[in-house]
Design a binder for this molecule. Structure first.
Ligand code: GLY
Length: 371
């Protein structure tokens, strides 16, 4: 018998730039010409049925005008499309159009598009590069940065996926002007979450500038785009694979993701997160990490962001409690929650733990007592 040792120690540099600005299509082309993805000249532009007409077609046309090969791959908009079937559809479309490993995927859209396109890129031909061009506040605040890519399953959201970092992220603030109010609000939920875990000053800024955000004020939108990126990349740079610190980005998500699935995606991600943030601030209050004032202030911010603050009547609360167990933080069958410390800070438990085990009884009590 023989034994061989296959040594494969790796040093990987997955660093990338996030560029925040207005109408960044030409900048994307200039970066490609300057070697952003080496000598690749074939680009699959993946987008959804709404963003296609608004922005993706423009990027596709720019690629063609500049001599690149490109195809638009379009799937129906919405979280319901974030499935293995859509991934297969994108892959089959690329295969049919002759895409090999020497290609790059450009995701143009919101969180559903960047999550699914990044996942396709991670497995297509065992991995091709991808670029995110974020066209929603939610994608700008969260989904497009940090390399979490995934699809949902009927059991729960984001259960199948990869950590896969893009080559670059473009955050085009000019696209926010075409967002319906519900989508702006949905992105604001992730923004408020970032403030809750990192900065009371940022929280107050959001609260005091809510009207300006909805009016698409340039200065305010740029500020929130910068602050969101800052929170996100600081965490991701320290713990890309969520072995510790990155769990804090899950504030509100234990209940939020569960309610999103139980609602059968009638609630947008940020709408479900809003309810999750309230459940989890109530839990933090019960445990003495937050005050009644913190709880009231957070609910006020979410209301001002035009987000739901009550569990809709159609949600079966017992099913919601059961669904909490699909959360990725569950360890040894025990629910674990990230808990905020006041507003702008997060609880750290023994041995640098960022999530605390919570009994099902306590979680149920909070959920049952909510409006
Ligand atoms: N959306 C949470 C994270 O990126 O870790």
């Amino acid at each position: 018998m023989s034994t061989f040792n296959v040594e494969l120690k790796k040093v990987v540099d997955d660093s990338y730039e996030i560029e925040i600005g207005y109408e960044l299509g030409q900048k994307l082309i200039d970066d490609i010409k300057s070697g952003l993805v080496g000598k690749i000249n074939k680009f699959a532009v993946v987008t959804d049925s709404i963003v296609k007409d608004l922005y993706a077609e423009k990027i596709y046309n720019l690629l063609i005008q500049n001599g690149y090969k490109s195809d638009l791959i379009v799937f129906p908009e919405g979280e319901k499309s974030k499935t293995r079937e859509t991934k297969e559809f994108i892959e089959d479309s690329m295969l049919a159009k002759g895409y090999h490993r020497d290609c790059c995927i450009i995701a143009v859209g919101g969180g559903v598009v960047t999550d699914i396109a990044g996942f396709v890129a991670g497995t297509y031909g065992r991995g091709v590069p991808f670029i995110n061009y974020a066209t929603t506040l939610l994608a700008a605040a969260d989904a497009s940065v940090g390399g979490k890519t995934a699809v949902d399953t009927p059991l729960a959201t984001n259960l199948i996926g990869l950590f896969n970092q893009p080559k670059k992220v473009y955050i085009d603030i000019s696209t926010w002007k075409t967002l319906p109010q519900r989508q702006v609000s949905s992105g604001l939920a992730e923004t408020i979450k970032h403030a809750c875990i990192s900065s009371r000053e940022f929280f107050d800024y959001i609260l005091n500038n809510m009207d300006a955000i909805f009016e698409n004020n340039d200065e305010v939108c740029q500020h929130i785009a910068h602050e969101n990126c800052k929170v996100k990349y600081h965490v991701v740079m320290k713990d890309e694979r969520e072995s510790g610190l990155r769990e804090i980005l899950n504030l509100g998500h234990t209940v939020g993701r569960a309610i999103e699935t139980v609602s059968e995606y009638k609630l947008l991600h940020g709408e479900a997160l809003s309810i999750g943030l309230i459940a989890e601030v109530k839990l933090a209050n019960k445990l003495g990490y937050c005050t009644d004032e913190d709880e009231t202030l957070l609910i006020k911010a979410l209301e001002k962001a035009k987000l739901p603050v009550k569990i809709p009547d159609y949600i079966d609360r017992e099913e919601l409690v059961k669904k909490l167990y699909t959360d990725k933080k569950v360890k040894n069958g025990q629910l674990r929650f990230v808990l905020q410390k006041g507003i702008g800070d997060i609880m750290v438990f023994d041995g640098e733990q960022y999530a605390k085990p919570i009994s099902e009884e306590m979680a149920r009590e909070i959920i049952m007592a909510m409006e």
